[in-house]
Design a binder for this molecule. Structure first.
Ligand code: ASP
Length: 597
């Protein structure tokens, strides 16, 4: 390089007029105006317009030869733009650089999509040329925002006496309900490491070691069939504390999240965040990650229908089920087609359908199940707030299903009615979850979060006899209807930990083989402890106002867990396989989607 850069492309202002400077960057755009060439140079700080004196014909020619994305250094004098050329939307919009010399540092092929346009390239191109997509100002902004948010988290936790400790990536297993990614060992052929689904077990062991406030910006890997907007590797702000109650974990988390919001220019959220128990969240919103930015709350109305002549309701009530009502103020205007759409949402959520009626201006019910509604039932609904112009939606099913289905319809209805959501980020805690949920395991139960959660003292006696009624010191942080993180107070008593493991169907041999080291550690003076992990990518996505995790992860994977940029996953050589003591089954080497490069 001939010169060192003196300023960035976002730096120069009217106060620099007259100074000789050197800028470096990428040619964002080059255009000809009546024989004069204008070049916008871009770096991650901004854009600066470069021109040359009309008479400087050689320089004009060289500027004219530049192409998009060439990397250049330009030297020149800062001058004020003519009044009519001032661009108030650009930080450097008051000035331009009158170039006296130019150095092309690297040429560029014509990029497969323009960097300075809002037009979205195809998915395929975006993944393959991620490094070019990352040049776009929106992604550059997101990466910077992520950095600032993480820095704020680190600073806050440091000030609260947390220390950052790295836990290993090559481990035995840390289950969080997904499949492990495994790594074959060369030194121990036939043996495998697992990649951590979270640092959970290690952070608990660190508590046994006496590091009473730990955190880590931790990479987690989960081999799941990818649902929309999940990534096989993602980052958590993982923390653990000894001698702690859920309230103390909440306070630390709130301080961290609030600092992150502030650091990236959001208003500091009001703390403490609202708290709802799981039962309350399910009863009011039909979901454990409620979007509390709007009302449309569910209502249990089974009691109104004790004498119903409507067979579908009667059958459900006789079987001990529940009838959930969702009242859509002003919803009577929704077309039949829209109501059918809501019915579809109910079915997709596992419901049998949706019963509905409208309330006419005279207060009478019409449409849907109106002809089955008796006068006293209508009166009860009206006492409960049903008004002319409303659409009433009913879900009748087993209690849990009814709530969940109604919760899904609530979200679909909010979309249909274009319900106003309160602006900004609305955090809330959902706590006191059931420890177990029904599952396809030998005992019929799986942990609802993970198996290390401390059951509440009064429900411990029912672990074996009535697992569904055992509640735990478990909590989720939610924001705008998105789950941001989960945590719990942990079991520090090895005997209790074994009981939970047996209850979810683990055999003694498996318990020892997989978790023997944790159980042993708990035998050596384990303090009571608890913690949480926040999904950093999701949080940054919300802070950035984005809708996709991909916008806040530098090198994300596709929906099929591949990276078209580098072509991973890819085959390994026969020698590598041999070294690892591995042989592939016939047929598995066939390529499926990811192109070898
Ligand atoms: N390890 C848990 C998870 O990844 C979080 C926690 O309980 O701290 O969900």
């Amino acid at each position: 390089m001939k010169w060192k850069r003196t300023h960035t492309c976002g730096e120069l202002r009217a106060s620099h007029v007259g100074e000789t400077v050197v800028l470096t960057g990428w040619v964002n755009r080059q255009r000809d105006h009546g024989g004069l060439t204008f070049v916008d140079v871009r770096d991650r700080y901004g854009l600066t317009q470069v021109v040359a004196e009309a008479a400087a014909s050689d320089l004009q020619r060289r500027l004219g030869e530049l192409r998009g994305e060439y990397v250049i250094a330009v030297r020149g004098v800062v001058r004020r733009r003519p009044q009519e050329m001032i661009n108030p939307n650009l930080g450097t919009g008051e000035i331009e650089l009158l170039c006296d010399d130019l150095d092309v540092l690297a040429r560029s092929n014509t990029p497969p999509f323009p960097i300075d346009s809002d037009r979205e390239p195809s998915e395929e191109l975006k993944f393959r040329f991620r490094y070019l997509e990352l040049r776009r100002p929106s992604l550059q902004r997101n990466m910077l925002l992520r950095h600032k948010a993480v820095l704020a988290a680190r600073r806050t936790l440091d000030a609260l006496e947390f220390i950052e400790i790295e836990t290993p990536l090559l481990i035995k297993t840390t289950p969080e309900g997904a499949r492990d990614y495994v790594v074959p060992s060369r030194i121990y052929p036939g043996k495998f490491y697992a990649l951590p689904q979270s640092p959970q077990i290690y952070k608990q062991v660190l508590m046994v070691s006496g590091f009473d406030r730990y955190f880590q910006i931790a990479r987690c890997l989960r081999d799941e069939d990818l649902r929309a907007d999940r990534q096989p590797e993602f980052t958590q702000i993982d923390l653990e504390m000894s001698f702690v109650t859920p309230e103390e974990v909440f306070a630390v988390t709130e301080a961290t999240v609030a600092a992150m919001c502030e650091a990236v220019g959001h208003e500091r959220p009001v703390t403490p965040f609202p708290r709802l128990t799981y039962d309350e969240a399910m009863a009011r919103y039909g979901i454990d990650k409620p979007d509390v930015r709007f009302g449309l709350e569910l209502e249990e109305v089974g009691a109104h229908f004790q004498g119903t002549t409507f067979n579908a309701f009667r059958a459900v009530l006789e079987a001990g089920g529940s009838i959930q009502l969702l009242r859509a103020p002003g919803g009577a205007g929704l077309s039949r087609k829209k109501i059918d759409g809501l019915t579809e949402a109910a079915k997709q959520a596992g419901g049998r359908g949706l019963a509905w009626c409208k309330i006419e201006p005279d207060g009478a019910a019409s449409g849907g199940i109106s002809r089955f509604l008796r006068a006293e039932e209508m009166q009860a609904l009206q006492r409960g707030g049903a008004e002319p112009g409303d659409l009433l939606l009913f879900v009748a099913d087993a209690p849990r299903t009814a709530r969940e289905v109604c919760g899904a319809v609530r979200l679909a209805l909010a979309e249909e009615l274009q319900v106003q959501r309160a602006p900004g980020l609305h955090f809330a805690w959902v706590h006191r979850f059931p420890v177990f949920e029904p599952a396809d395991t030998p005992t019929g139960w799986a942990p609802s979060h993970h198996m290390f959660t401390m059951p509440e003292p009064e429900s411990r006696a029912r672990i074996e006899s009535d697992p569904g009624s055992v509640y735990g010191q478990l909590y989720d942080l939610v924001c705008n209807g998105v789950e941001l993180g989960s945590g719990s107070v942990r079991i520090h008593d090895p005997a209790l930990q074994r009981r939970i493991m047996r209850q979810i169907g683990l055999q003694e041999e498996e318990i020892e083989r997989k978790f023997g080291f944790l159980l042993q550690a708990l035998e050596y003076g384990a303090p009571p402890h608890g913690g949480i992990a926040l999904g950093l990518d999701r949080l940054v996505m919300l802070l950035a106002g984005g809708t996709s995790l991909r916008d806040v992860i530098a090198f994300p994977k596709t929906q099929r867990a591949a990276s078209p940029m580098d072509g991973s996953p890819s085959q390994i050589s026969p020698e590598q396989l041999r070294e690892l003591g591995l042989q592939l089954l016939p047929g598995v080497t066939e390529q499926d989607g990811v192109e070898e490069r």
